[in-house]
Ligand binder design. Structure first.
Ligand SMILES: Nc1ncnc2c1ncn2[C@@H]1O[C@H](COP(=O)(O)OP(=O)(O)OP(=O)(O)O)[C@@H](O)[C@H]1O
Ligand SMILES: [Mg+2]
Length: 303
Protein backbone atom coordinates (compact mmCIF):
# COMPACT_ATOMS: atom_id res chain seq x y z
CA UNK A 1 0.00 0.00 0.00
CA UNK A 2 1.15 3.54 -0.68
CA UNK A 3 2.18 5.38 2.45
CA UNK A 4 3.19 8.67 0.88
CA UNK A 5 2.36 10.20 -2.44
CA UNK A 6 3.53 13.51 -3.91
CA UNK A 7 1.36 14.52 -6.85
CA UNK A 8 3.02 17.20 -8.96
CA UNK A 9 4.00 19.15 -5.89
CA UNK A 10 5.58 22.56 -6.14
CA UNK A 11 6.65 24.61 -3.15
CA UNK A 12 7.66 28.18 -3.49
CA UNK A 13 9.31 30.47 -0.94
CA UNK A 14 9.10 33.90 -2.55
CA UNK A 15 11.33 33.66 -5.59
CA UNK A 16 12.82 30.28 -4.67
CA UNK A 17 11.07 27.21 -5.99
CA UNK A 18 12.19 24.56 -3.51
CA UNK A 19 10.16 21.81 -5.22
CA UNK A 20 9.19 21.77 -8.89
CA UNK A 21 6.39 19.52 -9.95
CA UNK A 22 7.69 16.72 -7.75
CA UNK A 23 5.93 13.37 -8.02
CA UNK A 24 6.90 10.20 -6.18
CA UNK A 25 5.50 7.45 -4.01
CA UNK A 26 6.76 5.66 -0.94
CA UNK A 27 5.17 2.29 -0.12
CA UNK A 28 4.61 0.96 3.41
CA UNK A 29 7.40 -1.05 5.10
CA UNK A 30 10.27 0.76 3.48
CA UNK A 31 13.43 2.45 4.67
CA UNK A 32 13.81 5.26 2.20
CA UNK A 33 17.07 7.05 1.52
CA UNK A 34 16.16 10.59 0.56
CA UNK A 35 19.22 11.72 -1.35
CA UNK A 36 20.28 14.97 -2.89
CA UNK A 37 22.82 17.77 -2.55
CA UNK A 38 22.38 20.90 -0.42
CA UNK A 39 19.29 22.84 -1.37
CA UNK A 40 17.74 19.88 -3.25
CA UNK A 41 14.43 20.14 -1.38
CA UNK A 42 14.78 17.29 1.13
CA UNK A 43 13.88 19.25 4.26
CA UNK A 44 11.04 21.00 2.42
CA UNK A 45 9.61 17.62 1.37
CA UNK A 46 9.83 16.32 4.93
CA UNK A 47 8.05 19.39 6.30
CA UNK A 48 5.33 18.91 3.70
CA UNK A 49 4.89 15.32 4.86
CA UNK A 50 4.61 16.51 8.47
CA UNK A 51 2.06 19.15 7.44
CA UNK A 52 4.24 22.02 8.68
CA UNK A 53 4.10 23.41 5.15
CA UNK A 54 1.34 23.52 2.57
CA UNK A 55 2.16 22.83 -1.10
CA UNK A 56 1.98 25.83 -3.44
CA UNK A 57 0.67 23.47 -6.09
CA UNK A 58 -0.25 19.78 -6.26
CA UNK A 59 -1.01 17.47 -3.36
CA UNK A 60 0.91 15.61 -0.67
CA UNK A 61 -0.91 12.53 0.58
CA UNK A 62 0.10 10.62 3.69
CA UNK A 63 -1.97 7.50 4.27
CA UNK A 64 -4.40 9.03 1.81
CA UNK A 65 -4.83 12.31 3.72
CA UNK A 66 -3.37 15.78 3.23
CA UNK A 67 -1.27 16.44 6.34
CA UNK A 68 -1.61 20.25 6.35
CA UNK A 69 -5.40 19.84 6.52
CA UNK A 70 -5.37 16.98 9.00
CA UNK A 71 -3.05 17.38 11.97
CA UNK A 72 -3.82 13.93 13.36
CA UNK A 73 -1.53 12.48 10.69
CA UNK A 74 1.40 14.02 12.57
CA UNK A 75 0.77 11.91 15.66
CA UNK A 76 1.51 8.78 13.64
CA UNK A 77 4.93 10.07 12.55
CA UNK A 78 8.11 10.59 14.55
CA UNK A 79 10.23 13.49 13.34
CA UNK A 80 13.84 14.42 13.90
CA UNK A 81 14.31 17.93 12.55
CA UNK A 82 17.41 19.06 10.70
CA UNK A 83 18.38 21.50 13.45
CA UNK A 84 16.70 20.40 16.66
CA UNK A 85 16.68 22.81 19.59
CA UNK A 86 16.97 21.30 23.05
CA UNK A 87 16.44 22.76 26.51
CA UNK A 88 20.09 22.46 27.51
CA UNK A 89 19.51 22.77 31.27
CA UNK A 90 17.09 19.88 31.54
CA UNK A 91 18.19 16.33 32.16
CA UNK A 92 17.52 13.76 29.47
CA UNK A 93 14.91 12.23 31.78
CA UNK A 94 13.07 15.51 32.39
CA UNK A 95 13.10 16.45 28.73
CA UNK A 96 11.71 13.12 27.52
CA UNK A 97 9.18 12.96 30.38
CA UNK A 98 8.01 16.47 29.56
CA UNK A 99 7.43 15.58 25.90
CA UNK A 100 5.73 12.33 26.89
CA UNK A 101 3.48 14.27 29.30
CA UNK A 102 2.39 16.68 26.55
CA UNK A 103 1.23 13.69 24.56
CA UNK A 104 -0.35 11.92 27.54
CA UNK A 105 2.17 9.11 27.38
CA UNK A 106 3.43 7.40 30.50
CA UNK A 107 6.74 6.65 32.13
CA UNK A 108 6.88 3.30 30.33
CA UNK A 109 7.15 5.03 26.97
CA UNK A 110 10.08 7.16 28.18
CA UNK A 111 11.84 4.02 29.39
CA UNK A 112 11.09 2.25 26.15
CA UNK A 113 12.55 4.96 23.91
CA UNK A 114 15.64 5.51 26.07
CA UNK A 115 16.41 1.82 26.02
CA UNK A 116 15.94 1.67 22.25
CA UNK A 117 18.53 4.37 21.58
CA UNK A 118 20.92 3.39 24.40
CA UNK A 119 20.39 6.37 26.69
CA UNK A 120 19.28 4.51 29.79
CA UNK A 121 22.51 5.17 31.69
CA UNK A 122 22.50 8.87 30.86
CA UNK A 123 19.01 9.81 32.00
CA UNK A 124 20.29 12.01 34.84
CA UNK A 125 22.71 13.93 32.67
CA UNK A 126 22.01 17.49 31.66
CA UNK A 127 21.42 17.72 27.91
CA UNK A 128 24.17 20.36 27.79
CA UNK A 129 26.74 17.78 28.88
CA UNK A 130 26.07 15.29 26.08
CA UNK A 131 28.35 14.73 23.08
CA UNK A 132 26.85 15.43 19.65
CA UNK A 133 26.35 11.73 19.07
CA UNK A 134 24.39 11.33 22.31
CA UNK A 135 22.47 14.52 21.64
CA UNK A 136 21.38 12.96 18.38
CA UNK A 137 20.21 9.90 20.32
CA UNK A 138 18.02 12.19 22.40
CA UNK A 139 16.57 13.48 19.13
CA UNK A 140 15.89 9.98 17.91
CA UNK A 141 14.44 9.01 21.30
CA UNK A 142 11.92 11.88 21.20
CA UNK A 143 10.93 10.90 17.66
CA UNK A 144 10.05 7.42 18.94
CA UNK A 145 7.64 8.59 21.64
CA UNK A 146 4.12 7.37 21.03
CA UNK A 147 5.18 4.42 18.88
CA UNK A 148 5.03 6.12 15.47
CA UNK A 149 4.39 4.09 12.32
CA UNK A 150 6.86 6.17 10.35
CA UNK A 151 10.08 7.95 11.33
CA UNK A 152 11.28 10.95 9.37
CA UNK A 153 14.90 11.70 10.14
CA UNK A 154 16.39 14.80 8.55
CA UNK A 155 20.14 14.21 8.23
CA UNK A 156 20.54 12.25 11.45
CA UNK A 157 24.29 11.93 10.95
CA UNK A 158 25.05 15.55 10.02
CA UNK A 159 27.87 17.20 12.00
CA UNK A 160 28.98 13.95 13.59
CA UNK A 161 32.48 12.52 13.51
CA UNK A 162 32.92 9.16 11.73
CA UNK A 163 32.65 7.12 14.94
CA UNK A 164 29.46 8.85 16.03
CA UNK A 165 28.02 8.52 12.50
CA UNK A 166 28.66 4.78 12.69
CA UNK A 167 26.94 4.59 16.09
CA UNK A 168 23.87 6.47 14.91
CA UNK A 169 23.59 4.26 11.82
CA UNK A 170 23.80 1.21 14.08
CA UNK A 171 21.09 2.62 16.35
CA UNK A 172 18.86 3.12 13.29
CA UNK A 173 19.57 -0.42 12.09
CA UNK A 174 18.57 -1.87 15.45
CA UNK A 175 15.43 0.28 15.51
CA UNK A 176 14.38 -0.96 12.14
CA UNK A 177 15.01 -4.54 13.14
CA UNK A 178 13.21 -4.32 16.48
CA UNK A 179 10.31 -2.06 15.58
CA UNK A 180 9.83 -2.77 11.88
CA UNK A 181 9.00 0.91 11.59
CA UNK A 182 9.19 2.60 8.18
CA UNK A 183 11.76 5.35 7.89
CA UNK A 184 12.63 8.20 5.59
CA UNK A 185 16.21 9.33 6.12
CA UNK A 186 17.77 12.22 4.30
CA UNK A 187 21.45 12.64 3.68
CA UNK A 188 23.82 14.10 1.18
CA UNK A 189 26.38 11.47 2.10
CA UNK A 190 25.11 8.87 -0.26
CA UNK A 191 26.89 5.61 0.58
CA UNK A 192 26.12 5.72 4.28
CA UNK A 193 22.44 4.94 3.85
CA UNK A 194 23.04 1.99 1.61
CA UNK A 195 23.15 -0.68 4.29
CA UNK A 196 19.98 0.60 5.88
CA UNK A 197 17.63 1.42 3.04
CA UNK A 198 15.66 -0.63 0.54
CA UNK A 199 14.08 2.30 -1.26
CA UNK A 200 15.44 5.62 -2.51
CA UNK A 201 14.39 8.97 -3.85
CA UNK A 202 16.94 11.01 -5.77
CA UNK A 203 16.29 14.71 -5.87
CA UNK A 204 18.25 17.70 -7.13
CA UNK A 205 17.33 21.39 -7.34
CA UNK A 206 13.71 20.66 -6.50
CA UNK A 207 13.33 18.03 -9.21
CA UNK A 208 12.79 14.34 -8.52
CA UNK A 209 15.29 12.47 -10.71
CA UNK A 210 14.08 8.95 -9.95
CA UNK A 211 12.77 6.82 -7.11
CA UNK A 212 11.97 3.22 -6.33
CA UNK A 213 13.13 0.02 -4.66
CA UNK A 214 16.92 -0.23 -4.75
CA UNK A 215 16.66 -3.77 -6.11
CA UNK A 216 14.84 -2.36 -9.13
CA UNK A 217 17.11 0.66 -9.47
CA UNK A 218 20.32 -1.41 -9.51
CA UNK A 219 18.84 -3.30 -12.40
CA UNK A 220 17.40 -0.29 -14.21
CA UNK A 221 20.74 1.52 -14.21
CA UNK A 222 22.84 -1.68 -14.54
CA UNK A 223 24.80 -1.06 -11.39
CA UNK A 224 27.13 -3.96 -10.71
CA UNK A 225 26.13 -5.69 -7.48
CA UNK A 226 28.50 -7.48 -5.19
CA UNK A 227 27.70 -10.02 -2.48
CA UNK A 228 29.98 -11.24 0.28
CA UNK A 229 29.62 -14.91 1.01
CA UNK A 230 31.11 -16.75 3.96
CA UNK A 231 31.23 -20.48 3.46
CA UNK A 232 32.71 -23.58 5.08
CA UNK A 233 33.91 -24.93 1.76
CA UNK A 234 34.49 -21.93 -0.47
CA UNK A 235 36.11 -23.92 -3.27
CA UNK A 236 32.95 -25.91 -3.94
CA UNK A 237 30.71 -22.87 -3.55
CA UNK A 238 32.90 -20.86 -5.94
CA UNK A 239 32.79 -23.68 -8.51
CA UNK A 240 29.01 -23.86 -8.36
CA UNK A 241 28.62 -20.12 -8.72
CA UNK A 242 31.08 -19.47 -11.53
CA UNK A 243 29.17 -21.86 -13.81
CA UNK A 244 26.21 -19.51 -13.81
CA UNK A 245 26.08 -16.99 -16.66
CA UNK A 246 24.83 -14.19 -14.37
CA UNK A 247 27.90 -14.46 -12.12
CA UNK A 248 30.43 -12.00 -13.55
CA UNK A 249 33.33 -12.44 -11.17
CA UNK A 250 34.38 -14.18 -7.99
CA UNK A 251 37.11 -12.92 -5.73
CA UNK A 252 38.50 -14.78 -2.76
CA UNK A 253 39.00 -12.20 -0.02
CA UNK A 254 39.98 -14.55 2.82
CA UNK A 255 40.13 -18.28 3.51
CA UNK A 256 36.40 -18.41 4.18
CA UNK A 257 35.04 -15.42 2.28
CA UNK A 258 34.15 -14.74 -1.35
CA UNK A 259 33.05 -11.60 -3.11
CA UNK A 260 30.70 -12.35 -5.96
CA UNK A 261 29.70 -9.81 -8.63
CA UNK A 262 26.44 -10.55 -10.36
CA UNK A 263 24.27 -9.16 -13.08
CA UNK A 264 21.72 -7.10 -11.15
CA UNK A 265 18.86 -8.30 -13.32
CA UNK A 266 19.39 -11.79 -11.86
CA UNK A 267 19.04 -10.87 -8.24
CA UNK A 268 16.22 -13.27 -7.47
CA UNK A 269 17.76 -16.22 -9.32
CA UNK A 270 20.99 -15.63 -7.45
CA UNK A 271 19.26 -15.52 -4.07
CA UNK A 272 17.37 -18.71 -4.93
CA UNK A 273 20.65 -20.40 -5.78
CA UNK A 274 22.13 -19.35 -2.45
CA UNK A 275 19.14 -20.83 -0.66
CA UNK A 276 19.65 -24.05 -2.56
CA UNK A 277 23.31 -24.41 -1.53
CA UNK A 278 22.50 -23.00 1.88
CA UNK A 279 24.08 -25.86 3.85
CA UNK A 280 27.53 -24.79 2.64
CA UNK A 281 27.04 -21.09 3.32
CA UNK A 282 27.50 -19.57 6.73
CA UNK A 283 26.40 -16.10 5.87
CA UNK A 284 25.84 -13.90 2.88
CA UNK A 285 25.45 -10.22 2.65
CA UNK A 286 24.61 -7.74 -0.02
CA UNK A 287 27.74 -5.67 -0.20
CA UNK A 288 27.72 -3.11 -3.04
CA UNK A 289 29.25 0.18 -2.05
CA UNK A 290 27.59 1.83 -4.97
CA UNK A 291 24.53 3.81 -4.03
CA UNK A 292 26.97 6.55 -5.07
CA UNK A 293 27.41 4.89 -8.50
CA UNK A 294 23.66 4.74 -8.80
CA UNK A 295 23.39 8.43 -7.98
CA UNK A 296 26.02 9.25 -10.60
CA UNK A 297 24.16 7.25 -13.23
CA UNK A 298 20.81 8.78 -12.35
CA UNK A 299 22.16 12.32 -12.41
CA UNK A 300 23.99 11.70 -15.70
CA UNK A 301 21.02 10.11 -17.41
CA UNK A 302 19.06 13.35 -17.01
CA UNK A 303 19.50 16.17 -19.51
N1 LIG B 1 11.59 29.13 4.64
C1 LIG B 1 12.27 29.32 3.52
N2 LIG B 1 12.36 30.53 2.95
C2 LIG B 1 13.05 30.74 1.80
N3 LIG B 1 13.70 29.76 1.13
C3 LIG B 1 13.67 28.53 1.66
C4 LIG B 1 12.96 28.24 2.87
N4 LIG B 1 13.10 26.91 3.14
C5 LIG B 1 13.86 26.41 2.14
N5 LIG B 1 14.20 27.37 1.25
C6 LIG B 1 15.00 27.19 0.02
O1 LIG B 1 14.48 26.07 -0.68
C7 LIG B 1 15.51 25.29 -1.27
C8 LIG B 1 15.42 23.86 -0.77
O2 LIG B 1 15.74 23.83 0.60
P1 LIG B 1 15.72 22.55 1.52
O3 LIG B 1 16.06 23.00 2.89
O4 LIG B 1 14.46 21.81 1.33
O5 LIG B 1 16.92 21.72 0.89
P2 LIG B 1 17.67 20.43 1.47
O6 LIG B 1 17.68 19.42 0.39
O7 LIG B 1 17.10 20.04 2.77
O8 LIG B 1 19.17 20.98 1.63
P3 LIG B 1 20.29 20.66 2.78
O9 LIG B 1 21.01 19.44 2.32
O10 LIG B 1 21.14 21.87 2.72
O11 LIG B 1 19.59 20.50 4.08
C9 LIG B 1 16.81 26.00 -0.90
O12 LIG B 1 17.17 26.82 -1.98
C10 LIG B 1 16.44 26.82 0.31
O13 LIG B 1 17.25 27.96 0.41
MG1 LIG C 1 17.84 19.93 4.62
Amino acid sequence: MTMIEFREVSKRFGKVEALKNASFEIPENTVTAFLGPNGAGKTTSMKLIMGFLKPSKGAVLVWGEEPWRNESIRSRIGYLPEKPVYPMDLTVEDFLSHLAGLRRLGRADVERVSRLVGLEKLMDRKIRSLSRGYLQRVGIAQSLLGEPELLILDEPTANLDPAARREILDVLKVLHKELKVSMIISSHIIPELQELSNYAIFIDKGTVLDYGYLNDLWRKYSVETVFTIEATDIETVAKQLIEKPFVHAIKRVSSGTLEVSIDPSHFKVFEALLTEINHKIRRYEFKTANLGDLYEKIVKSKP
